[in-house]
Design a protein around this ligand. Sequence first.
Ligand SMILES: Cc1cc2nc3c(=O)[nH]c(=O)nc-3n(C[C@H](O)[C@H](O)[C@H](O)COP(=O)(O)OP(=O)(O)OC[C@H]3O[C@@H](n4cnc5c(N)ncnc54)[C@H](O)[C@@H]3O)c2cc1C
Length: 271
Amino acid sequence: MRIACLGGGPAGLYFAISMKLQDPSHEIVVFERNRADDTFGWGVVLSDETLDNLAANDPVSAERISKHFAYWDDIAVVHNGVKTVSTGHGFCGIGRRQLLILLQERARELGVEMRFETDVQETSVDEYRREFDMVLAADGLNSRTRQTYAEHFKPDIDVRACKFVWLGTRQTFNDAFTFIFEKTEHGWVWAHAYQFDKDTATFIVECSEATWQAFGFGELNQQESIAICERIFAKHLGSHALMTNANHIRGSAWINFPGYSASAGASITWC
Ligand SMILES: Cc1cc2nc3c(=O)[nH]c(=O)nc-3n(C[C@H](O)[C@H](O)[C@H](O)COP(=O)(O)OP(=O)(O)OC[C@H]3O[C@@H](n4cnc5c(N)ncnc54)[C@H](O)[C@@H]3O)c2cc1C
């Protein structure tokens, strides 16, 4: 079978790997608009259950992933200066860029063809459908393909009320996945912090729309937003800065989490 994967993120690459493992005679091409090593964001978190599923599906890539992750079992909540820790939540964090590199390597050695810097246009999806036996739309949260075929997929997108920005830091959070709540002059602001390699942690800052408006985050550029977040979380950051790697986004990088479901049964949520 000839298969086209539109989008070379974790979903498109892992699908290509899985199909090759099922039947090496499949001809699979992944079309990705970015370069091989471009990425946004910081670390992603995988639960123990997900790791078990990956190992059962492809022990080779699972082992490579497990060599690169930061692992923890605790969740800590810091509220009003008091830290409460609960244990027994197995998770690992891995850099998104590292994950993509490992999946690309595995796909390549199984014979998957990857065409980078290839932007799939709305109009070209029909051409892929003519050329390939199966076309997988794996073009992410803002999928153009899902939008083009909205009549069939019937997406139901529930945009959540809070605003968040995805940052990183060299401060370490090795002990636990940490939630930090800080009361500010404009209301509560909280952070989700987790280690994903030996010297970098993801640091997602989140607040209500009203707090976000009161700070004026929507009108600030990323460095101005970061300066305020560094002040709010100063005592948790040591002397470390907050960092963005979303410089390709002009202006504010704050967004809302969308929850998505489609009649076809697919769903994307954040864990
Ligand atoms: C702040 C934040 C934190 C998150 N944390 C976690 C977490 O801890 N654990 C977790 O499991 N998930 C997490 N996620 C979600 C995770 O990032 C997504 O679930 C995951 O990236 C989805 O993979 P994907 O391959 O479906 O989409 P994506 O990673 O978005 O990949 C889609 C790919 O398609 C490409 N593409 C898009 N349009 C086109 C086009 N027209 N032509 C060619 N290529 C195209 C894109 O360049 C991209 O490479 C988080 C997300 C956010 C925003």
